[in-house]
Write a protein of this length. Structure first.
Length: 319
């Protein structure tokens, strides 16, 4: 546990914790649910519908890093403004319950979380819950995905498995792997360890060692994976938002994702790059613009979920 504490402050920046915010009570009253994973563990999730009547699109909001429950995440509460009229789904991570209130969300996490949490596990969990909801009398079949930081990697993995009507990735980069960018995100004395630590994680994913606040299993899962390749296995419309001054998910990675779509001759990606904005959509004067960006995202979602990717010919936005 000593290494976890010593590297925590470094990797809060390095792994991009956009959607891991301070505690806040839930502003509405979502329906709290518990399902069972195939291994028998409890999988916590919540559903918030506009009303008990009518049919709605389903909107998944995916948090970033840390073990704070999604239903207590301030940024997800703000993001609900983009989902007016949608049924909102949030799925908690392995080892996280609705009642958890960690004082330090990158430190005070359960052993179940530390041992089992990976982006791939999150992906499997969301697919399970979405499949459980299929056929519900309130769901019209349309699906929108939104995630930031680690949640953006999740959205990329979900796209080819769930074929959403629209996907939004916020401050996540996605065009480069951790092994490509991590050295540029950490101090020089830590950068010297990166190659060895990632190699160790890949060779020993079940090790109990924790590095940079994450398990070896987590590092092995993300080390060489380039998330844009998952997106390219889907024909779902994608909106990728990137701040040019992002020090957690570097702009080079966002541009690489944009270029990967262009090189493949694909039309499904919409790319917005904001000059002067950081990981949190804050400018150099310290003014945060996330609310305005979210409003613009809402307009893109409402148009794209019904009409297909803006860059594609009519009808080509969803396979």
């Amino acid at each position: 546990m000593g290494q976890r504490l010593s590297f925590k402050s470094i990797f809060i920046t390095a792994t991009g914790f956009l959607l891991a915010a301070i505690h806040l009570g839930v502003s509405a009253e979502p329906l709290l649910n518990i399902s069972k994973r195939p291994d028998g563990s409890s999988l916590y999730w919540s559903l918030e519908k506009p009303s008990d009547q009518g049919k709605y699109d389903l909107f998944l909001l995916a948090q970033g890093s840390g073990c704070l429950p999604a239903i207590k995440n301030t940024t997800l509460q703000q993001a609900k403004g983009m989902a007016a009229g949608y049924a909102i789904l949030m799925v908690e991570k392995y080892g996280v319950t609705h009642a958890d209130r960690p004082e330090e969300q990158f430190k005070d996490c359960s052993q179940e979380y530390v041992a089992n949490h990976t982006v791939e596990q999150r992906t499997v969990d969301v697919v399970q819950i979405v499949n459980e909801l299929r056929g519900a009398d309130w769901w019209n079949g349309k699906l929108v995905l939104l995630g930031g930081s680690e949640g953006g990697d999740l959205v990329a993995r979900l796209a080819p498995r769930l074929n959403p009507d629209a996907s939004v990735v916020f401050s996540s980069g996605l065009g480069e792997s951790f092994s490509q960018v991590l050295k540029s995100l950490v101090p020089p004395h830590v950068a010297k360890e990166v190659d060895a630590k990632l190699a160790y994680a890949q060779a020993n994913p079940k090790s109990a060692e924790v590095w940079g606040g994450n398990s070896m299993r987590w590092w092995a899962d993300v080390a060489d994976r380039v998330p844009v390749n998952d997106l390219l296995n889907s024909h779902a419309p994608v909106l990728l938002i990137q701040g040019a001054e992002d020090k957690s998910a570097p702009v080079s990675s966002g541009r690489a994702a944009r270029d990967a779509y262009a090189s493949a001759g694909r039309c499904e990606l919409t790319y917005w790059e904001y000059p002067g904005y950081d990981h949190y959509m804050t400018d150099k004067e310290g003014v945060n613009h996330r609310g305005k960006v979210f409003d613009r995202i809402a307009g893109w979602i409402n148009k794209t979920a019904r009409n297909g990717a803006p860059g594609c010919i009519s009808g080509a936005g969803k396979s």
